[in-house]
Every structure is written in structure tokens, then in C-alpha cells.
Design a protein. Structure first.
Lengths: 213, 163
């Protein structure tokens, strides 16, 4: 595909996502933060649904060698990097998607967060140019490189090639696991609802006694 | 139109996004944001620094500034889509953080996000909508990191709110 074609598709995809996220107020940050802080799951449930659909779709196509999977070595830097990111997104009150979407709604705080995301990336580029860690993609081998704290490249397709079991089978296992997390949330929510109803009923009963006396 | 009056169910929104993301995966690659943002950083830095930028090896070995990098246009698209959507639903207005503590948290948060994305090679979007559904080992490493980070972040956030 031509470069312009790729950019055009990316732009159309981005525009639709921007529209849907703006209208639904979905936020990846609150999907994690609200679940931990307030035990509410409005954004956690759709995130799980999307991950189930994507796991099915991606592993299905990977089984047949289709699709453009992300391909680079992974290791300790994913854990540390996303740990820092996780703190940052809660402090900023927005993740990568919602900074763009909220900026589009005229949120100056989100624009400020974006600006400092860029500055953070530039600062990292200075640090990388001193210690060259994590390894640049051109020096990645796909094999574990423990000296550089890298574990190599593994995904549903490499599992298929190694064990002779179709990628979709591994995918379905993951779909079921995600489904179990989803189910646990539903159970938790109905327990919350029950408690809420009981408190409300007790409150009403109290009110009734008070008004009589 | 009703679409721009009522809040859309996030499950419907994310289901549509997931289906579109599968098409994107087949055509160019799964949805991601961090890579495009890095390229924007590089292009802006090049604008200010010119050839001086080549003295920082990162910008020649890892990300060579290139305006034809498709991931940039996902970000620009999200901004465009959100502006159109906010204007049509009459939700576009300037919101400015009031308290100094908010400005400090947003500044620190932005820096941590940018730094973290580059260290990890991935952002939260690639973690949840790219790597993990491809069952890439990096997805599970990233999720364990982001969960721990969100927990620590929530703890700080709570302290600031209470303090």
C-alpha cells in the first residue's frame, strides 16, 4: 500500500475513534482507576469486551499468517515503562487517547498533558542516546538477551509455530479468561446493587418510623 | 440528530472500535498512539533544531523523523473526530484547570507518560488493543506494569484530593 493510502486509512480510523470516544466518554484511565479507587466498572467492562473481540480476531488471522502483528523484542522495559505510564495517566487524568479527545473538546489541561508527553519523549531520547537501553529495533534478534534484560519475541503465531497448535486455540483460552474477569465484575456489581437496595430499604423504613412518631 | 444528544453506551463504542481495529490490523497494523506521538515529537524537534537533531542518536537509530509515518495520522484523526463530535453535540468549550495542584499533577503525569511510552516501546493503547490480543509476551509485561502504576497513581491522587 502507498504511504498516502496508509496515512489516509489511519486518519479515517482515528476520526471514527475520536467521534466514538467523545460521544461515549470512554476512558482507559478511568477503566483502571475507577475500578481500583471507587469499585465502579463503567469503563472496565467495555475494555474487556473489546479485548475479547480483538483477541478472537487477531489470533484467527494470525493462524492463517494474515495481519500485521507488532514485532519487537520485549523485556523489563515494558514493565517499568508502563508502570511509569500508569502513574502518569492517573495524575494527568487522561491516557494517550483521552488527551487527544479531550484536547479536541477544548480541555486546556489535556493539551498541557500532551505537550508534556512530547517533552517526556524528548527527554527520554536524550537519556537513550547516553545508555542505548532498551535496544534499538535494528539490533533486536527475537531471542532472549538477558544481558539487555530482553526476553525476545513471543506471540500467538510463534506459539503456533513452536507447538503446532493453531494460534486461535490459544486465543480462545484468553477469550475465556477475559470472560471470567468480566463475569466476576458482573457478580461484584450485583452484590453492590443488593447492598445498595438493602441500605435504601432500611433508610425508607427508618423514615417511615420517624414520620409516624 | 439523537447521536449528538445522548451519551453513547461505551460498550457499543468499544465494540465498533474493536471491529475497525481488526480491519486496521489487516491493512497497516493495530491501533497505536505512542509511536505517532514520538514521530510528532521528532518532527517538531527537527523544526526547532534542524540538523542539530542528528547529534542525538535516538532520532537516527530508533525514530528517524518522517511525516509519512501512518501512526501520526491516527492521533490527528482522533483530534479531528473529537472536535467535530464536540462541536456537533455543543460540548466544545474551553476548560481550564483552576488549582495549582492540578497543573502540577498534569505536568508530572504528561512527563511520566511520555517517558514511559518510549522506555516501553508501547503505550496503553498498544498494550490493551494490540499486544495483548496478539498474545505478545510484551502485552502481559505491560499490563502488570500499568496495573501497578495505576494503583500507585490512584494512591497519590487520593492523597492529593484529601490533602
Amino acid at each position: 500500500m502507498s504511504v498516502i493510502g496508509e496515512c489516509l486509512i489511519a486518519f479515517v480510523f482515528g476520526s471514527v475513534v475520536g467521534l466514538l470516544v467523545q460521544r461515549s466518554r470512554f476512558c482507559n484511565t478511568s477503566a483502571l482507576r475507577d475500578a481500583m479507587l471507587f469499585k465502579t466498572f463503567r469503563n472496565t467492562k467495555p475494555l474487556l469486551i473489546a479485548m475479547m473481540i480483538l483477541t478472537f480476531g487477531f489470533t484467527l488471522f494470525l493462524t492463517f499468517g494474515e495481519g500485521k502483528a507488532m514485532h519487537f523484542d520485549v523485556g523489563l522495559n515494558q514493565v517499568v515503562g508502563l508502570f511509569l505510564f500508569g502513574i502518569g495517566m492517573v495524575l494527568a487524568g487522561a491516557c494517550t487517547v483521552s488527551t487527544w479527545v479531550k484536547a479536541g473538546e477544548g480541555n486546556v489541561g489535556a493539551m498541557w498533558a500532551l505537550l508534556f508527553t512530547f517533552i517526556g519523549m524528548f527527554l527520554f531520547s536524550l537519556l537513550w542516546s547516553v545508555n542505548y537501553w532498551p535496544p534499538a529495533p535494528i539490533s533486536m534478534t527475537g531471542e532472549p538477551n538477558l544481558e539487555a534484560l530482553q526476553l525476545g519475541f513471543v506471540n500467538a503465531r510463534t506459539l503456533q509455530d513452536k507447538f503446532g497448535i493453531p494460534a486461535i486455540v490459544f486465543g480462545m483460552v484468553q477469550v475465556v479468561l477475559l470472560g471470567l474477569i468480566y463475569r466476576a465484575i458482573l457478580i461484584k456489581e450485583s452484590a453492590q446493587q443488593l447492598e445498595h437496595d438493602q441500605v435504601a430499604a432500611a433508610h425508607r423504613a427508618n423514615m417511615a418510623v420517624n414520620t409516624k412518631s | 440528530m439523537n447521536f449528538f444528544k445522548k451519551t453513547l453506551d461505551p460498550t457499543i463504542a468499544l465494540t465498533l472500535i474493536a471491529v475497525l481495529d481488526i480491519f486496521l490490523f489487516l491493512l497497516v497494523g493495530a491501533w497505536t498512539v505512542g509511536g505517532g506521538e514520538t514521530m510528532i515529537t521528532g518532527l517538531v524537534a527537527e523544526l526547532f533544531m534542524g540538523d542539530e537533531l542528528s547529534r542525538i542518536p535516538f532520532w537516527s537509530l530508533v525514530f528517524k523523523p518522517d511525516a509519512g509515518y501512518w501512526k501520526i495520522y491516527i492521533s490527528l484523526g482522533m483530534l479531528f473526530g473529537a472536535i467535530v463530535s464536540a462541536v456537533l453535540s455543543k460540548e466544545f468549550y474551553l476548560r481550564i484547570p483552576r488549582r495549582l495542584s492540578e497543573w502540577v499533577m498534569i505536568t508530572l503525569g504528561g512527563l511520566l507518560m511520555g517517558f514511559g511510552i518510549r522506555l516501553a516501546f508501547v503505550c496503553n493503547v498498544s498494550t490493551f488493543f494490540g499486544l495483548t490480543p496478539q498474545m505478545n509476551l510484551g502485552g502481559y509485561l505491560a499490563i502488570s506494569g500499568i496495573l501497578a502504576g495505576a494503583w500507585v497513581g490512584s494512591w497519590i491522587y487520593k492523597k492529593v484530593l484529601e490533602g
